[in-house]
Write a protein that binds this ligand. Structure first.
Ligand code: ADE
Ligand code: ZN
Length: 321
C-alpha cells in the first residue's frame, strides 16, 4: 500500500502521543487512553472541515521541539511500515511547529532527522497554510522547501492546507506564482471544502495533483478537464465523509471517477484523527463501493505514477505491487 496524502499531525495515535509526551516531559490533558483517544480524534458530530481541523491542537502541541518533531516522524513512519506500507509522503506545515521557539527551518531539519531514523521509504511535503496574515510565513515555507528540495529521501514538494471553505484557492494566486517561479513540485488541497472554482484555480496554477478533488464532481466540464489533463486525485474517503465534503456518501464520486479513467489514488489524510488506517480505507471501498482487486492495482499504479520521487524509485515500487 502507498499513502500519498497523510498529515503528520493527523497521524499521532494514542501510543505515539504518549511516547512524545514522555520524551518531552509533557503532561497530557487526559487520565486514560480512552480520554486521550477522544481528544485526538474526531467527535461523533463533526459538521465540517472547520470542526475537523480543531482536533489538531493537541498533536501539534507535542511537536514543538526538535526532539518531539524528530521522534514523531520516526514513530509515524514505523507505524506505517508495520501496517505494510511500501511508500508514503508525509505532509506537515512547518509554521505550525514554532510555538516554543523552533524556526520553520528547525522543524524541517528535525523532521528530516526523524525520516533518516526510519526504514520506511518516505518523502516529506511542506504545507503552506490558508489563513489571515500569514503570507510571510507561507513564503518562508517556500524558501525552506527550495533550500531542502531533493528528488527523493527528503523534502520533495509543497502543498496548501487548511480551511478551504473560508480561504479557497482563488485567493492564492500570488503564492502559486512564487511556487512556480521557484520551480517547486506541488500538490494542492482543492475541491474538498470548496467547490469547482477552487479546483479550477488549482488547475490554473498548473497543479498535476489535487488533494481530494472530490467536489470536481459538481462541474461535468471540470471532470472532463481533470480526466483530459491526467490530473491525479489524492482521495481520502473517511476524511471526506467526516468533513462532509459530500452531502451523502451514496454520491461519493470515487468509483465514477475511476470508471471514467481519472487518475484516482486512495489515501488516509489524517488516520489518527479519523480513527482509520489505509487498510481500512481499502476495506471500506471494497465493502461499500465494490472496489475490486483489479481496480486496487490501478489505484496503486496511479499512486506510483503520481509520487514525488525518482523514476528509479518508481520502477522499484512497480516491482513490489
Ligand atoms: N489539514 C489536515 N487535514 C486537512 C484537510 N483534510 N484539509 C485541509 N487541511 C488539512
Ligand atoms: Zn489533507
Amino acid at each position: 500500500m502507498i499513502d500519498l496524502h497523510l498529515h503528520l499531525d493527523g497521524a499521532i495515535t494514542v501510543p505515539i502521543a504518549k511516547a512524545l509526551a514522555q520524551l518531552q516531559n509533557i503532561t497530557l490533558p487526559a487520565s486514560n487512553d480512552e480520554e486521550l483517544l477522544a481528544l485526538l480524534s474526531v467527535p461523533e458530530v463533526c459538521e465540517s472541515l472547520n470542526d475537523f481541523l480543531k482536533c489538531f491542537a493537541l498533536p501539534c502541541s507535542l511537536m514543538q521541539t526538535p526532539e518531539g518533531m524528530e521522534e514523531a516522524v520516526k514513530l509515524v513512519c514505523e507505524d506505517l511500515k508495520s501496517q505494510g506500507l511500501i511508500y508514503a509522503e508525509i505532509k506537515f506545515a512547518p509554521q505550525l511547529h514554532t510555538e516554543k521557539g523552533m524556526t520553520q527551518d528547525d522543524a524541517v531539519r528535525a523532521a528530516l532527522s526523524g525520516l533518516k531514523k526510519s526504514s520506511l521509504k518516505c518523502n516529506l511535503i511542506l504545507c503552506c497554510m490558508r489563513g489571515e496574515e500569514n503570507e510571510d510565513k507561507n513564503l518562508e515555507t517556500l524558501k525552506i522547501a527550495q533550500k531542502y528540495l531533493v528528488s527523493d529521501d527528503g523534502v520533495v514538494a509543497v502543498d496548501l492546507a487548511g480551511a478551504e471553505a473560508i480561504y479557497p484557492n482563488t485567493m492564492y494566486t500570488d503564492l502559486f506564482d512564487k511556487v512556480n517561479e521557484l520551480g517547486l513540485p506541488f500538490t494542492i488541497h482543492a475541491g474538498e471544502a470548496s467547490g469547482a472554482e477552487s479546483v479550477r484555480a488549482a488547475l490554473k496554477f498548473g497543479a498535476k495533483r489535487l488533494g481530494h478533488g472530490v467536489r470536481t464532481m459538481e462541474d461535468p466540464a471540470l471532470v472532463e478537464l481533470v480526466k483530459e489533463r491526467g490530473i491525479f486525485l489524492e482521495m481520502c474517503p473517511t476524511s471526506n465523509r467526516q468533513t462532509k465534503a459530500v452531502d451523502d456518501m451514496k454520491s461519493y464520486p470515487f468509483m465514477d471517477f475511476l470508471g471514467k479513467g481519472i487518475r484516482v489514488t486512495l489515501n488516509t489524510d489524517d488516520p489518527a484523527i479519523e480513527r482509520t488506517t489505509l487498510a481500512r480505507e481499502y476495506e471500506y471501498m471494497e465493502k461499500e463501493f465494490g472496489l475490486t482487486k483489479e481496480q486496487e492495482k490501478v489505484l496503486l499504479n496511479n499512486s506510483i505514477d503520481a509520487a514525488f520521487t525518482t523514476d528509479e524509485v518508481k520502477d522499484k515500487l512497480r516491482t513490489m505491487v
